[in-house]
Design a protein. Structure first.
Length: 747
């Protein structure tokens, strides 16, 4: 038998190795192995077992790494699909499929010494009073960690050892799960009685699960798109659908965007499935786990001890056996796209994986992506709708404030942080002891430093953006590359040196400062990347807000989604235009989604909510449709534009970015690639090639970037051609080509 192996050193090839006698029968597809490669020993993965090889003089596999078969043939299959569709080597795709800690085996199970009680055979030997006390504790607890026993019985390891010598207890190492949520106290919940719309959605999903069940042999056809307004009880539908899947012996994966993976979200799942006849562990996978925690969660799933997985993007690869259901919550979120190779979109991978494993997939959102909604309208997905909030709470009233009028009224011609109307609304909330959320998607104090005398603007030396002033640290920061420098007190231009330097534009830090000046008695907290220093900060601030120790919470998009605080009756969006000015065909869609999500934080309790949206372009469709909670209206208008411009869903996009330190070389390489593209795919029907052109963010982290955009009807054939182009193109050594299929950002 011969093993075909892909190597981690990224080469688009597979190599054949002989299986030595000592390893015969232990090497399977999916086993990780160490093999000789040139003068080195490298790690790889067995992708196939074959009878014969076209090569002679095969070298032998050196050894097996870790648990055999960590990659199931199914997952391997999925990695191959990702490699082909997203134009990357299989080895690179496999890196995402397996967490690093599992792949590299650098994290192991954590073992602790446990003490367990052994019933005495015959008469109890003579014991000192102290030994008797210790034994009592062990007898009572049956089994407990040694450290805990020492604490409970105020004793020493020596005493415990003596009891072991007498055969009364056993001390042995035991594997312990590192549970990142171990200190949470979770109150069990029961299924809620569903309203008619929820029940209809659940029934449809259940019917799908019945067909997905082992032995049914009739795989569900289509993905579901669950479109339900914020607070419509989509999560309750997921919970009951998962329960149904468990009842049929199947497991489930729930994907949520990283920022929605709050303790609050995880708790809802643990609270439902921690008890009862279908009790199972809920594994949690996200990027903030330690590698040890990640290792344990992964194996808990692999061993079937956790049948439910909740996690961010990469959880789509969780090794759930008999996968019955995949939920992708907030399916429109861009964080589902990985921004480094493999550049996969977890929602789309979920759809592909579910189809291959005969599982049901449910995409949920209050603001579905235009692409998904289009799929639902055109019969590719099945649409399920929940139009009303689950409780009697109405959607909030949204008022759009025209900042142009407000700024004309303002004294110095610059608008304040909040309009008079919003200020009045905040005062009311403070008086009524209700809570307020203020949203501004820009951290820092002010967006730019400008000299009014010579016009100098402080820019980043590595990127084509201006630096943001952070007042707490008195520094200028680049939000692209992290470059930091001390903030000057006078114009740094030697020929100018003007002392009256100006800080323009608004950031969350300045909002917080202004608030505490205007409302000196209010308790104010800010949540953005600058205030979250430790893992615990996020939890602590939200905890304080929940328990009413904070009146006003200011924050970036971190606070825009998923949070459920019944006492929040006012939401203010300070500058709704920010996301509209991004040079991207999806900027309207992004703005609509963000405004809808943010507004959804208001009025989730007994008091009706109110939202103020401040804008310089108050009549923009994204703002007006979200004000009326009119998703359909927005969709119809948006689709019309997309069709006229041949953007998705009317095409698929591949974005080719060339990057390098020398701008001329980058530009010339881009021109050369254009010619190659014309020659290879230019004649295909329906293909549109645009560029080359400088990227909207021309320079980032010292690299210049030029782009080409290819649009076409179907991606698979184009992806193949692009992979070939990448392999064959002769680019200067210091110019790199990055291919992004289905990009979510055009920057
Ligand atoms: P979504 O996920 O759609 O934003 P949630 O699942 O968070 O909505 O539900 C919003 C609130 O409504 C939650 O507090 C939830 O417990 C409650 N809820 C959901 N379904 C029901 C129901 N059928 N009856 C009563 N309350 C419900
Ligand atoms: Zn920079």
């Amino acid at each position: 038998m011969i093993a075909r192996v892909t190597l981690e050193v990224s080469i688009r090839k597979e190599f054949d190795y002989a299986i030595p006698e000592g390893l015969a029968g232990h090497v399977e597809v999916g086993t990780r192995v160490k093999v000789p490669f040139g003068p080195r020993i490298v790690t790889g993965l067995v992708t196939a077992l074959v009878e014969a090889s076209p090569h002679t003089n095969l070298r032998s596999i050196d050894s097996i790494v870790g648990v055999p078969g960590v990659v199931t043939p199914r997952v391997l299959d999925l990695a191959r699909w990702i490699a082909a569709y997203y134009c990357c080597p299989v080895e690179v795709a496999l890196k995402s499929v397996l967490p690093d800690s599992v792949r590299k085996e650098n994290a192991r199970w954590k073992e602790r010494l446990h003490v367990s009680y052994l019933p005495p055979k015959g008469d109890l030997p003579k014991l000192s009073p102290r030994q008797r006390d210790v034994l009592h504790v062990v007898e009572e607890m049956r089994e407990l960690p040694l450290q805990e026993l020492l604490r409970l019985a105020s004793t020493t390891p020596d005493t415990v050892r003596k009891l072991e010598d007498k055969g009364l207890l056993r001390i042995a190492p035991q594997v312990e799960d590192r549970d990142p949520y171990a200190h949470e106290e979770i109150i069990p919940t029961q299924p809620l009685a569903l309203n008619a719309e929820q029940a209809e959605a659940l029934d449809a999903i259940r019917a799908g699960l019945a067909r997905a069940a082992p032995g049914a042999g009739d795989p569900p056809p289509k993905p579901f798109l669950l479109h339900g307004v914020t607070g419509s009880g989509k999560t309750e539908v997921y919970l009951q659908a998962i329960d149904d899947a468990l009842g049929r012996g199947m497991g489930a994966i729930v994907l949520v965007p990283e920022i929605s993976l709050t303790p609050q979200t995880v708790e809802r799942f643990k609270a439902r499935f921690g008890h009862g006849p279908r009790a199972t562990s809920v594994a949690v996978l996200h990027s903030h786990l330690s590698s040890g925690e990640r290792h344990d969660e992964w194996h808990k799933i692999r061993q079937g001890r956790a049948r439910i997985v909740i996690g961010a993007r990469s959880a789509v690869f969780a090794p759930v056996d008999k996968l019955g259901l995949v939920v992708v919550d907030e399916e429109h979120e861009h964080s589902y796209k990985q921004e480094e190779a493999p550049r996969y979109h977890a929602r789309d991978v979920a759809v592909v994986r579910a189809a291959r494993e005969g599982a049901v997939v449910v995409l949920g959102s209050a603001t579905p992506s235009v692409e998904s909604y289009w799929n639902a309208r055109h019969g590719k997905y099945r649409l399920l709708e929940i139009k009303a909030r689950a409780t009697d709470h109405k959607l909030p009233v949204v008022r759009v404030v025209d900042l142009r009028l407000d700024s004309r009224r303002a004294e110095k011609g610059t608008p304040g942080v909040f309009s008079a109307a919003l200020k009045e609304a905040i005062v009311q909330r403070l008086e009524r002891r209700e809570q307020t959320i203020l949203f501004l998607n820009r951290r820092g104090y002010s967006t730019s430093l400008q000299c009014p005398h010579c016009g100098f603007v402080a820019g980043c030396p590595n990127c084509s953006v201006s630096l943001t002033f952070h007042r707490a640290s008195m520094r200028l920061l680049c939000h692209v590359c992290g470059h930091a420098e001390a903030a000057p007190s006078a114009c740094p231009k030697p020929e100018c040196g003007h002392a009256g330097i100006r800080y323009a534009g608004l950031g969350t830090e300045r909002v917080e400062e202004t608030l505490s000046r205007v409302f000196p008695k209010a308790r104010i907290a800010r949540m953005d990347r600058d205030t979250l220093h430790r893992k615990e900060d996020y939890r602590r601030i939200l905890g304080d807000f929940r328990s009413g120790r904070i009146d006003i919470l200011v924050g970036t998009q971190m606070i825009a989604k998923g949070l459920h605080f019944p006492n929040v009756t006012l939401v203010g969006v300070l500058h709704a235009d920010l996301s509209l000015h991004v040079p991207d065909f999806r900027s309207g869609e992004r703005t609509f989604q963000l405004l809808t999500q943010v507004s959804g934080r208001a009025g989730r309790g007994d008091v009706e909510g109110e939202v103020f949206v401040q804008s310089f372009t108050p009549f923009h469709p994204a703002i007006q449709f979200s004000r009326r909670h009119d998703y359909q209206g927005f969709y119809e208008a948006e689709v019309e534009t997309r069709e006229a411009l041949k953007y998705p869903p009317f095409s698929r996009i591949a974005l080719l970015t060339l990057r390098g330190r020398n701008e001329d070389k980058v530009r010339l390489s881009a021109e050369y690639l254009r010619k190659e593209l014309d020659r290879r795919v230019g004649a295909w029907p329906g293909i549109v090639i645009a560029g080359p052109a400088p990227a909207p963010l021309l320079k980032a982290e010292s690299f210049f970037r030029h782009q080409l955009m290819v649009r076409c009807k179907a991606m698979s054939r184009l992806a193949l051609a692009l992979a070939q182009l990448e392999a064959e193109a002769t680019l200067p050594e210091d110019v790199r080509l990055v291919i992004d299929v289905d990009p979510v950002s055009l920057m």
